[in-house]
Design a protein around this ligand. Structure first.
Ligand code: ADP
Ligand code: ASP
Ligand code: MG
Length: 411
């Protein structure tokens, strides 16, 4: 007998019939003698619908009220699942994030979990209850309702698995596992049996929406094996673990992509030694996430600096830069929206110097201009125009032969 955390995403709970189906998947584990903690998302597209309701009223609704609003979505699902399980003759109880003891920092719309007091869940489990917890939400130390960022229910599940010392954490979704690329847009994408935490973390950060990046971070830090699998089909999913065995000769494991990227460029930047720290300190203090940064100081008095942000942060970034313009010292700022980032990921890249060159050849081969590049030991990313994003992803997937089981060499 063990303790299992199961998480079901929005599509898996989109209707009452699917909620009943989820109930059956939960009971499969319970009937084996396991204790079950179940984390659910809001039904179907509820979160998007709530966002658009708010946008009907305001272009910039306050983040506090948005969290208050969005947290209601998951609350609907927990109670419905609990009702379904009770109807099937089982003891079940639903808990909001705050009732479940999920503490977060006070950052609306993208809060990090700081602590979990799992005592209430534990005592309900001891009473043989199936415990159902609302994903994506928590409470700050001063009692404010917070949310964990879009897709954050995964993180609730893995964090609870860590706090409870669960034996397993299963993420049920609308695909049968983690694929070499998003199967919705890359036609030859292939399901992986296994992938390492490190590669999954990189893919998730680079836009593979199948898992919330912080969920993978928790899983890696607490060594919790994850399985991503389908809530509708029976086949085994993808295991995410410390050292996934490399498939033969595999250099690139997956292709990820992300749109809504903006490039900001500051021209005529003073080359005094503290300039960069001032720019990025002021952005960080305003919770603006910066991704790729490019600056070449060639020893002249002035230089330019480019960095990427998410489209939705453009206004905020411009006003922060304006506010600090005298302190930072630059001539003008330009932004280019409508860009996308396409990335290849694989632990095998470290020892294969030709991978980046091959990637650039493929992107140039579809006539896309590469605007920025960023590399690490296990990934290469290129910023290109958004219209070329899916062509680039499909071309890279084919060039690195990711659709084939025994994968590729570099040339
Ligand atoms: P859930 O609501 O269950 O959390 P999500 O929509 O957040 O589901 O995540 C599942 C989706 O992730 C899939 O439908 C798929 O389109 C997308 N996705 C993106 N990249 C990948 C990938 N590499 N492997 C599998 N799915 C991916
Ligand atoms: N309901 C939230 C969202 O749509 C959280 C989640 O599904 O993980 O982003
Ligand atoms: Mg998700």
């Amino acid at each position: 007998m063990g303790l299992i955390v199961q998480k079901f995403g929005g599509t898996s709970v989109a209707t009452t019939e699917r909620i009943r189906n989820v109930g059956h998947r939960v009971l499969e584990e319970v009937n084996k003698g396991h204790q079950a903690v179940v984390v659910v998302s809001a039904m179907g597209k509820t979160t998007d619908q709530l966002v658009s309701l708010a946008n009907d009223l305001s272009a910039y609704p306050s983040k506090r009220e948005m969290d208050m609003l969005l947290a209601t979505g998951e609350q609907v699902t927990i109670s419905l699942l609990s009702i379904a399980l009770q109807e099937m003759g089982h003891q079940a109880v639903s808990l909001t994030g705050w009732q479940a003891g999920i503490q977060t920092e006070k950052v609306f719309s993208n809060a990090r979990i700081t602590d979990i007091d799992a005592s209430k869940i534990q005592s309900l489990l001891n009473e043989n209850q199936i415990v159902i917890v609302a994903g994506f939400q928590g409470v700050s130390s001063d009692g404010e309702i917070t949310t964990l960022g879009r897709g954050g229910s995964d993180t609730t599940a893995v964090a609870l698995a860590a706090a409870l010392g669960a034996d397993r954490c299963d993420i049920y979704t609308d695909v049968t596992g983690v694929y070499t690329s998003d199967p919705r847009y890359v036609k030859d994408a292939r399901k992986l049996d296994r992938i390492s935490y490190e590669e999954m973390l990189e893919l998730a950060h680079l836009g593979a929406g199948v898992l919330h990046p912080r969920a993978v971070e928790f899983a890696k830090n607490y060594q919790i094996p994850l399985e991503v699998r389908s809530s509708m089909e029976r086949e085994r999913g993808t295991i995410i673990e410390e050292e996934a065995q490399m498939e033969n000769g595999l250099v690139v494991r997956g292709v990820a992509f992300e749109k809504n990227v903006t490039r900001m460029t500051l021209f005529g930047l003073d080359n005094s030694h503290a300039t960069l720290s001032k720019v990025f300190r002021s952005l960080a203090e305003n919770h603006i996430n910066v991704d790729i940064i490019i600056q070449a100081n060639t020893g002249e008095k002035k230089s330019s600096l480019s960095f990427t942000i998410h489209d939705e942060d453009v206004q905020n970034t411009l006003s922060v830069l304006e506010k600090y313009s005298n302190e930072i010292g630059f001539d003008k700022v330009e932004s280019e929206t409508g860009l996308a980032k396409v990335s290849i990921v694989g632990a095998g890249m470290i020892s294969n110097p030709g991978v980046a060159a091959r990637m650039f050849e493929v992107i140039e081969g579809i006539d896309a201009a590469i605007k920025m590049v960023s590399t690490s030991e296990i990934k290469v990313s290129a910023v290109i125009e958004q219209e070329k994003m899916l062509d680039a992803a499909n071309a890279l997937h084919a060039a690195f032969k990711l659709g084939e089981v025994a994968a590729t060499s570099v040339n």
